[in-house]
Design a protein. Sequence first.
Length: 465
Amino acid sequence: MKLTRINILIMMSIIHCSSYAQKITKVNIIDKLNEKYKFTNDIKKYMVTYKFTAINPYQSHNYKHPEDKINGYGIYTIEIDRDEKEYFTHDRSQFPGNFVFEFKHFKNNKNAVSYDVNGVIRGKRLKQLKKDAFERQNKRAGEVLSFEKIADLLNGHKKGDDLKIKFDKNNALATITHTTNDNVINTYTFDIETLKLVTLKSTEDNSIVDYKNYIVKNGFEYAKVSVENFKKTMGISPSKFAIPYGYALPQSNQSISSEVNKIADNIYLINTNNNSRFILLKIIDNQIMVFGAPLSENVSEKIIDSIEKKFPMKTIKYVFVSHPHNDHIAGLVPYAKKGVAVIADDYTIEAIKNYPKFKETIKSFKFKTISNKERINGVRFYVLKNEHSLKQSFAYLEHEQIIYEGDFLEVPADNTIPTHISNVEKQFIEFVRSEKLNVKRIVQHHRNSNVTADVMNNYYNANAN
């Protein structure tokens, strides 16, 4: 299936007053493109800042309105120094509920690392980058800058790559098909009059990129909706290669197998995806209640297999999901096939029933609708309206004093205190306090399965202002 996206990236060229008086033909179009885009040969050091807004109903506050501004965006800055093979990148993504995930990563002659600016995801743990980190970011910048893609075409022509050129019947659009040495086929469509890139189709990722809404500013031509800033630089400031105090590489990066581990009487924990997701189990006589169905059918099939091997004489009766974001519900089908009832609030169930990937299987789903403060088998479910998802619920295991939550809390695995707290997290913590819930342990769906009440409160207090 082809992925069509509106490119919110940059289109840039030097503006010539009377550049193309000579008629453009199939014979001279490559020469004309070389003339128009020759400025790219001199761009070795530069910075680009661009904004990306994705429309995904199943990562939105309300799946019916993915276009709402509350649904977030990303702002990214890339600095490239091709002479020194150095780069610095600042990525800042904002999600519904004022979740802010912010990373800086760089490579110079000493280090190639990334770190979490606010400590929300990784805490104080540095991440060692691979040897090809510069090449990866250089390629990423090339995806951002359309003139870089045109440079690829022109460089391919110089190397003798196969090019096929066609003009439409009105001589308005030129299509140039470039087959690379890797047998990737890139199809460029240019406006013949201006030689602006209109679309780029690639078999590498089966995508179509549309370049629209050009404006001229300060002598450069941009795709209007995309770029916040672009400029040539003298290089990257050494200060940007500094590692903040307290950050360090983890002692071990060993993968962790998914095991069913007991954490309380009749309560078990499963980690999946190398401790990035956690599944909770509650045993009730010969039945099992599962909390969490993330990512994919394949992940859930492995989880179910682990459960059935650990408890061969017991049956999974329920699976709880907190809200209808796709990373939380995408693993539901294997449970539905086994007749397991999905526990969720009414909004989440409605969204699940309309999830496109469940179209062929939704008739096999069973549901148990929960309301706020409803109790099932010793588990109290709280359903809150919030900024992250129209409704989101969490489970409170009353006897064990354990909370299982989906996207209400983001404390990193090292239990260091992040320097940014989202609106949703504030609401959650204030609600837990107002309900006077005794909490020994919070199992986050993401990354941390053992957040204490003290850590939760310290997180809130540290970001109170």
